[in-house]
Design a protein around this ligand. Structure first.
Ligand SMILES: Nc1ncnc2c1ncn2[C@@H]1O[C@H](COP(=O)(O)OP(=O)(O)OP(=O)(O)O)[C@@H](O)[C@H]1O
Ligand SMILES: [Mg+2]
Length: 490
């Protein structure tokens, strides 16, 4: 079964593109993920750093204020609230709350006045108020539904602590930045994937094109060995493959030549075998007119002056010599080992000349011989000597199969663009078992020395070379008919 490259669903090109694209996509997902995390980290770090700096700076002012208040240098309240107000005013800082707690963790200043005097006991607040140095904590505010960074710094000088400053920063400001970042990463990744797929596709095409070309050339050469060799353009693996294929084709061509030579040798030896069997008959064919010629000369010698009689016998001598010349020429022609060129030949003529070679055997057998040739033109494209070989073998087979009361018939006819040559007999016939073996080389039922078993196998080879068919019909004890059909030249 032949499979073209186009029929392969998962071609090398597709597979190459699929694998590379998958690899690029996976790579881009990993790189994108790492990049996203890094950018996020940078943003958070910056926000934390800003928050801590701000809270620590404000913490110094608050500590001073609390110290001065304790010393009675300034009045309580006012100033701390002012700090809180200032920090809340600056929208760029994304402050959600700001509060100052005293050493008992009671709120003494808050952006929300209602919270004054309160004490928080939640874990975040407890951690914030007990911290020895600036502490950052994250928590989720379920009411505002936002993530908050809580920065707390102790308001202390050395071991003396007055309280704690706590500022909550909303982390929501990061969201638009992050969304922008994600879109950027996705767009860059998609762009990269797109460009990579195009590059991969071009590369895959360049890589697989020589393979497709090689495959096409291989297809052409395999169906026709005479097709020119594959052109090797690149000295790469594919070029090497092409070179090896060319070498293989060379060997195939040589093998084909050897096979053809062996076949023609078989044909020739089969022919020589049948010539051997014809020779005795041909000798008789020559002997008969020779006897006649001898008689004619004797008659002439008896009355050398009888000019009328002499010219009559000379005519007869000429006829006899012509007959001898014809039979000798036919035999010589037939026996020559020649190159078998195909030309326009006439099947009736071939049948006639074949008969002249087997004529003696027909006569000797004393059987009824019938000849029925088609009156229309029976020209085919072929080789006279090879077709003669087929016919002689078929007729000799029939003659071998019949005995004294036998009938052998040779006929030609035209049918549906073909010329049929039929050789039939009412001889021994072929058993069912043997019928499918008769075309095998060396299959014979004849005794040793009488048949090589090559006749029909060589005939089949010749007929097939002529783009024709050979069929056998036979019934044991009834007879056989062999039909050779050759395409007619119109
Ligand atoms: N007309 C026929 N009648 C009966 N048997 C036949 C006939 N033609 C062929 N056969 C059978 O087919 C066999 C093979 O024929 P084939 O012509 O190939 O070889 P062969 O005649 O035995 O030997 P060769 O032709 O090589 O001298 C014969 O031995 C014979 O048994
Ligand atoms: Mg034979």
């Amino acid at each position: 079964m032949k499979r073209g490259l186009k029929e392969i669903r998962w071609s090398l090109k597709r597979r190459y593109i699929a694998y590379t694209t998958t690899l690029i996509i996976v790579l881009m997902i990993v790189v994108g993920y790492v990049e996203k995390n890094q950018e996020e980290r940078l943003l958070i770090d910056k926000a934390e750093q800003n928050g801590i700096t701000l809270v620590e700076a404000l913490g110094v002012s608050c500590t001073n204020t609390l110290l001065y208040q304790e010393l009675g240098l300034i009045e309580e309240g006012g100033l701390l609230d002012n700090y809180i107000l200032q920090i809340m005013k600056n929208k760029k800082l994304h402050v959600v709350y700001a509060m100052i707690l005293d050493k008992d963790n009671r709120i003494i200043a808050h952006n929300d006045y209602k919270k004054y005097g309160r004490i928080y006991n939640d874990s975040v607040s407890l951690k914030a108020t007990s911290a020895k140095k600036t502490l950052k904590q994250y928590y989720y505010d379920p009411i505002k539904k936002i993530k908050i960074l809580d920065v707390a710094t102790p308001l202390a000088i050395s071991t003396k602590k007055w309280g704690t400053l706590r500022v909550g920063f909303s982390m929501e400001f990061m969201k638009p930045f992050l969304i922008k970042l994600y879109i950027e990463i996705i767009l860059v990744a998609l762009g990269f994937i797109f460009v990579s797929v195009i590059i991969t596709w071009v590369l895959a095409k360049r890589l697989t094109e020589p393979i497709s070309k090689l495959s096409d050339a291989m297809d052409k050469i395999s169906s026709d060995l005479s097709h020119p060799e594959i052109e090797i353009k690149n000295r790469d693996e594919i070029g090497l493959l092409g070179e090896k294929f060319n070498k293989m084709i060379d060997r195939l061509r040589q093998a084909k030549k050897d096979l053809e030579k062996a076949q023609s040798q078989i044909i020739q030896s089969e022919k020589l075998a049948s010539i051997g069997r014809l020779a005795a008959g041909v000798a008789h064919e020559i002997n008969n007119p020779l006897d006649g010629i001898k008689d004619c000369f004797q008659m002439i010698l008896k009355e050398p002056d009888n000019r009328e009689q002499t010219s009559k016998y000379i005519k007869l001598i000429m006829d006899g010599l012509k007959r001898i010349e014809l039979i000798v020429r036919e035999l010589l022609d037939f026996s020559k080992d020649r190159t078998y060129e195909m030309e326009e030949v006439d099947v009736n003529e071939i049948a006639e000349s074949s008969l002249s070679l087997v004529n003696y055997r027909i006569e000797k057998k004393k059987i009824v011989f019938k000849k029925e040739f088609c009156k229309e033109i029976t020209k085919v494209f072929g080789n006279k000597y090879q077709l003669q070989q087929v016919l002689i073998n078929l007729i000799m087979n029939s003659l071998d199969a019949v005995d004294g009361s036998g009938v052998v018939k040779v006929s030609t006819e035209r049918e549906n663009g073909f010329v049929n040559i039929k050789v039939s007999d009412n001889g021994s016939g072929i058993s069912k078992n043997n019928l499918n073996k008769i075309f095998d080389p060396f299959f014979t039922t004849k005794e040793q020395g009488k048949g090589t078993g090559l006749g029909l196998s060589v005939s089949l080879g010749i007929v097939e070379k002529h783009k024709g068919k050979i069929e056998a019909e036979s019934k044991e004890g009834v007879g056989s008919t062999f039909k050779v059909s050759l395409p007619l030249i119109r």
